[in-house]
Design a protein around this ligand. Sequence first.
Ligand code: ADP
Ligand code: MG
Ligand code: ZN
Length: 422
Amino acid sequence: MTTTLKQALKAHFGFDSFRSKLQEDIVKAVVRGDRDVFVCMPTGAGKSLCYQLPAMLAEGITLVISPLIALIQDQVDRLKDLNIPACSINSKLPAGERRLILADLESSSPKLKLLYITPEMVASPSFQPCLTGLCSRGLLSYLAVDEAHCVSQWGHDFRPDYLKLGDLRARLPGVPCLALTATAPKNVQDDILKSLRLQLPLSFASPVFRSNLHYDVIFRELLPNPYVHLHAFITKGCGIVYCRTREGCETVAYQLTKLGVLAKAYHAGLKAGDRIEVQNDWMQGKVLVIVATISFGMGVDKPNVRFVAHWNVAKSLASYYQESGRAGRDGLPSSCRTYYSAKDKEQISFLIRQEVTRKQVSTSTGDLKCMRFYKSQLLCRHATISKFFGDKTPNCAGACDYCSNPKVVRAQIARAAALSTR
Ligand code: ADP
Ligand code: MG
Ligand code: ZN
């Protein structure tokens, strides 16, 4: 079987080998088709192939759910470049094209292999007969739910329409389901399994621990000049500075540029064209530092990011892991630093309380753990993160400030405490 899989991988996608043993194992499990499958691997690890290759080897059609039309378009374009019959039905599709696709789906042997839709579409009544028709004729090979964390209120990207996928599942008996995500702390994982009604799924997850990332926390209020400090940190190559607000991005970009590093701001307040330009300049290395709000990063796959600095604390430990994890995808040593400030902390707590009221959920333990992580923790940073995601304690070997010099961390906490009681 392995040789035919490899041949198919080469023939359809042009790859000589699997990205990893994990990717190969997942593809094999999906092809076997007897169990639901849950996949958690970091961005860039090659999750799409885990359903695209099995889709090519199956008789029928693979239905793929993805949250954004832009993400879908990008994938469908890539597949079309490879001559793989893929398309998307969405609200923006002209009526004529939509009719053509539906006609193919209703034919006795459809040509299509991969059909991408948004969760809104799943719920649309006009599309239901088509789906049930495919299913009753045994023409649905797999249901793949990409960015599956969107189903969870604990996730950083909750989409209410994802909750309808449980019902969809119920209407497609016998179709194996594959759920994929890059971030899944235990509570999000539980939500995914429950909401998508995965039946005793086979779980595949890369370890959370990434030994090439060095984590540390610096108390901003103890610094004589925080911008000079940040400047010293970022002279290591290309990277991202995350700020909470647009004004924050502008100020930090201005200060860094004044100190001699070309830094550009990226946030929702810029015109779309300017945003794309800043992103491209950074991708191509013309601009080394992008100073961005968290709107920057989803779908961005740049391997040689040497540092990620948080000028303001992240919203939760899950968000922090996701955002800082954009560093070092090439496996080379990279640094992740947070500039903690007590003022920030108050604002974040306020925002979390607001969100809790709005969503009517109780405070996530992740949010609380996150604060401890920055403020008072005398523990390995990697250990805290791994434990939060349900992994065992990793061998940090000095890849965080606490493990490399606990005295410094303790002294910093003591100085901050002295400052706040003055
Ligand atoms: P993810 O969804 O996990 O973030 P993608 O599926 O978008 O990752 O894949 C990331 C990149 O890796 C893509 O450019 C894809 O073509 C590439 N890729 C996937 N599998 C392989 C492989 N076996 N060999 C080489 N490149 C691969
Ligand atoms: Mg993906
Ligand atoms: Zn450590």
